[in-house]
Design a protein around this ligand. Structure first.
Ligand code: UD1
Ligand code: UDP
Length: 382
């Protein structure tokens, strides 16, 4: 394992939610003894957090905050986490701080580091949906201003950053770490089959749909959540739905729990189980960011139940398509379920998110930054 020149854990990796743990896991493993894992506590349930540390055999967080969750909203959460992180960075300054994605934890991590004078590496930089109503879009914009090194997954993300004035020599196109995370977690084919049988299908094989929903645009308005759950029950195939706690809470609040009875609802599953279920599904339906990327690695069709996406590459490559809940979702799903040539077409299409080397490239960038060395260039195929 790489140790820092001083022998300290001098690269702080700040994370707080399920997708951050998954996408930073390969980098944390590469950083080895240099990684200082700082968990904000935003996701506190084991099913959204501890499980993934176990899946990737990560060390327990070196610092665990209390998440600043509560009824006061995102301003209070980001503010409280920023303050707590800043205190810890002042007490024991890391030489670089890595943040990933677009959550409240990402924003707090980047703010705390920047205000403490510590350089920031942003993993999955440059995504833009253009929708300022999404908390994630604002978090991306904030982190984009603060970061010193922007690890863009694609050329398009790099272009978004250049268009907002980011210095080109601070941007590197690395690919998305989700590719290697997926390859690390995906079980062997026989195990995938076993998991799918256990969760999704009866004998003989019944084509099923795997669905996840957790975005506020889908969960926080009762009519929209009702339309979505109603249409999922009408797709003409069984729907397996690992239920995010946010969605469960909203379904209860709005009195929509009876609609869940028509779906095969399970608690959130671990990463290998989710990927196995996705791999054996006939179709994915989701509003998740990570699932939009994983679909391109697993070569699966995905209907994205959202009005905008910051991941247009998956749409352009033919893996995913935006749909409205209700009749458009039902019609699009039925057409895909009946499309016999689809699998072959998608199998022949490369993922736009890279080749599984993103974490290795980001490791080189983060350690160069921490060591005060020039940022390495990234050549094609490197
Ligand atoms: C957060 C991120 C979102 C990301 C998602 C990944 C922000 C603004 N949102 O959304 O970008 O896609 O994580 O899953 O940062 N809850 C639990 N147990 C937990 C965590 C949350 O029950 O361990 C419930 C609570 O009721 C909480 C609600 O889920 O109020 C929402 O949690 P929160 O972390 O605010 O947002 P997510 O919807 O999870
Ligand atoms: N995921 C999982 N178990 C589940 C649902 C999702 O392991 O029950 C994984 C999925 O494979 C993807 C990630 O969680 O890697 C996506 O997280 P989420 O949808 O919560 O957040 P987003 O990507 O939208 O920010």
């Amino acid at each position: 394992m790489d140790a820092s020149p001083s022998g300290r854990r001098d690269v702080a990796v700040v994370l707080g939610t399920r997708p951050e743990i998954i996408k930073l896991a390969p980098l944390i493993r590469l950083l080895g003894a240099r990684a200082r894992v700082v968990h904000t506590g935003q996701h506190y349930d084991s099913a959204l957090s501890g499980t993934f540390f176990a899946n990737f055999r990560l060390p327990a967080p070196h610092l665990l905050l209390d998440g600043a969750t509560g009824p006061w909203g995102r301003g209070a959460q980001i503010g409280a986490l920023t303050a707590e992180l800043a205190r810890s960075f002042v007490a024991d300054p890391p030489r670089a701080v890595v943040v990933q994605g677009d959550t409240n934890s990402t924003s707090a991590g980047a703010q705390a580091a920047h205000y403490c004078g510590i350089p920031v590496v942003h993993v999955e930089a440059g995504l833009r949906s253009g929708d300022r109503a999404m908390p994630e879009e604002i978090n991306r914009l904030v982190v984009g201003v603060l970061a010193d090194v922007h690890c863009a997954a694609t050329e398009r993300a790099a272009a978004n950053l250049r268009a907002t004035g980011t210095a080109p020599d601070r941007i590197r196109v690395t690919g998305n770490t989700v590719v290697e995370a997926t390859l690390m977690s995906l079980p062997e084919p026989a195990e995938r089959e076993r998991i799918a049988r256990e969760h999704g299908t009866r004998e003989p094989y019944v084509p099923y749909v795997l669905a996840t929903v957790h975005r506020p645009e889908n969960t926080d308005a009762p009519e929209r959540l009702e339309a979505l759950l109603t249409s999922l029950a009408a797709l003409g195939a069984p729907v397996v739905m690992p239920l995010h706690p946010r969605t469960r809470a909203k379904a209860k609040e709005f009195g929509l729990e009876r609609l869940l009875d028509r779906l095969r609802v399970v608690d959130p599953v671990d990463h290998p189980t989710f990927l196995a279920l996705a791999d054996r599904a006939r179709l994915l339906v989701s509003d998740s960011g990570g699932v939009q990327e994983e679909a391109t690695v697993l070569k699966k069709p995905l209907l994205v139940v959202r009005t905008s996406t910051e991941r247009p590459e998956a749409v352009d490559a033919g893996f995913s398509r935006l749909v409205e809940p209700g009749p458009p979702l039902v019609a699009a799903a039925r057409a895909l379920l009946d499309d016999g040539d689809l699998d072959e077409r998608l199998r022949a299409t490369a993922s736009p998110y890279g080749d599984g080397s993103a974490s290795r490239r980001i490791h080189a960038l983060a350690t160069a930054l921490a060591d005060g060395e020039p940022l390495p260039r990234i050549e094609a195929g490197q």
